[in-house]
Write a protein that binds this ligand. Structure first.
Ligand SMILES: NC(=O)c1ccc[n+]([C@@H]2O[C@H](COP(=O)([O-])OP(=O)(O)OC[C@H]3O[C@@H](n4cnc5c(N)ncnc54)[C@H](O)[C@@H]3O)[C@@H](O)[C@H]2O)c1
Ligand SMILES: O=C(O)[C@H](O)[C@H](O)COP(=O)(O)O
Length: 383
């Protein structure tokens, strides 16, 4: 089999090398000419996959090593009889940890504790659901909004609220919906000019879903006119053509890397490998376990006298500090064109690991410190 893959998918050789001839290209170079010689195409979110790309080609399967599928015309694939899989949940913990680290930082900067605030989560699927769990365990009050789930699972979602209630009552709003333009639950510009204008001053707005879920022009207007929102933006409309003016107005801005933990990216590779094997009736012999490298930071220890909140911030930042990615983006935008900066920063992304990869020694697991670190997602050991 001939496999054409985006070169930014990790572990291509160990997972796919044994299945056939492997050719890699930058995601933006995967075009009709390239897929003409492929049976399997493996992409990331920057490659639009539709009938224009695939009609009358030998391609029989498309895998995207991502959670999001808005770059894939799934109806077109189905009508051409081409198999398809994405990697649901693969990098959800990475996004959750990006949001937690960002919120802890902004809370510290603004002089409040997260557990004194209400966090509204729009879209309670893999990412939003896991974020809700971790924040709840940390004692943060949560509001959940997910109309498709409310309609499909009325019993389980009785405590969910509608969007207008969430926007009125939440101090922090975090978007975790798919980008959908049509149908009963569209999310394109879900936060439109009217809703953005209605947000109360000092609301913290987080978008790690897709750029077009928030009307970026309306957001920029509100930030320029009033400057009274706090914004953590990982995704933007018209990527890779970032808007430097909007970025300069954001408190944290990163180039769509919330899901870029090594663990999350590698899980994505494993999931599409398994899907390829299943589609073609092949045994999936390769496992991720032995392929994940040792984390650079393996252990942390804290004095039992340390303040638990300080401990949480220190552990989270030791693992991942989004200010590094924010600073790298701002520096790159001074030196490169936005699209170049966006692609380069993502291509050269540093090795980032998830909280569970660090073992933290505490005197007692059941102490306040132990409970907070466990709630945040760290692996705790008693010293
Ligand atoms: N920034 C990143 O690096 C990154 C990484 C992973 C995922 N994502 C994006 O995050 C988003 C969420 O991913 P996920 O894995 O949780 O997806 P998911 O499909 O598991 O969950 C999405 C949830 O949103 C709900 N939803 C759909 N329409 C809605 C609407 N109009 N209002 C409220 N809720 C609605 C769905 O019912 C579902 O429960 C996606 O857009 C995905 O592409 C971004
Ligand atoms: O949908 C996803 O999984 C994420 O948005 C993913 O992290 C995007 O990464 P990309 O495919 O653009 O490299």
């Amino acid at each position: 089999m001939r496999i054409l893959a985006d070169e930014n998918i990790p572990l291509l050789q160990p997972f796919f090398g044994g299945l056939g001839e492997l050719v890699t290209l930058p995601g933006r170079a995967i075009d009709r000419a390239a897929v003409k010689h492929a049976d399997i195409v493996l992409v990331r979110s920057i490659t639009p996959v539709n009938a224009d790309l695939l009609a009358d080609t030998p391609v029989r399967f498309v895998g995207t090593a991502t959670i999001g599928t808005d770059h894939i015309d799934q109806a077109a694939l189905a009508s051409m009889g081409i198999g398809f899989a994405n990697a649901p949940g693969s990098n959800a913990d990475s996004v959750v940890e990006y949001v937690i680290s960002s919120l802890l930082w902004i809370a510290e900067r603004e002089g409040f504790l997260l557990r004194e605030r209400t966090v509204g989560i729009i879209g309670v699927g893999n990412v939003g659901g896991r974020l809700a769990e971790r924040l709840s365990r940390l004692g943060v009050k949560i509001l959940l909004c997910d109309p498709p789930r409310v309609d499909a699972e009325p019993e389980e979602t009785q405590h969910f609220v509608d969007l207008e209630t969430l926007l009125t009552e939440a101090d922090v709003i975090s978007c975790h919906v798919p980008l959908v333009r049509e149908g009963a639950y569209p999310t394109h510009h879900l936060l439109d000019e009217k809703r953005l204008k209605s947000l109360k001053p000092d609301t913290v707005l987080v978008n790690t879903s897709r750029g077009s879920v928030v009307d970026n022009q309306a957001l920029k207007a509100r930030l320029k006119d009033l400057g009274d929102l706090l914004t953590i933006m990982d995704v933007f409309e018209r990527e890779p053509e970032l808007d430097p003016e909007l970025i300069s107005l954001c408190d944290l801005a990163t180039p769509h890397i919330a899901g870029y933990s090594l663990d999350g990216k590698m899980r994505g590779s494993e999931m599409i490998y398994q899907a390829v094997c299943q589609h073609f009736g092949l045994p999936a012999r390769q496992k991720l376990g032995g392929l994940l490298p040792e984390p650079w930071l393996k252990r942390l220890g804290f004095s039992p006298d340390a303040d638990p909140i300080w401990t949480l911030r220190a552990a989270v930042r030791a693992c991942y500090d989004p200010r590094d990615d924010d600073a790298a983006l701002r520096l790159a935008l001074r030196r490169e064109l936005p699209a170049q900066a966006y692609d380069r920063l993502r291509r050269e992304y540093h090795t980032r690991r998830e909280f569970t990869t660090i073992k933290i020694k505490v005197r007692k697991k059941s102490s306040e410190m132990g409970n907070i670190l466990t709630a945040a997602g760290f692996s705790i050991r008693e010293a």
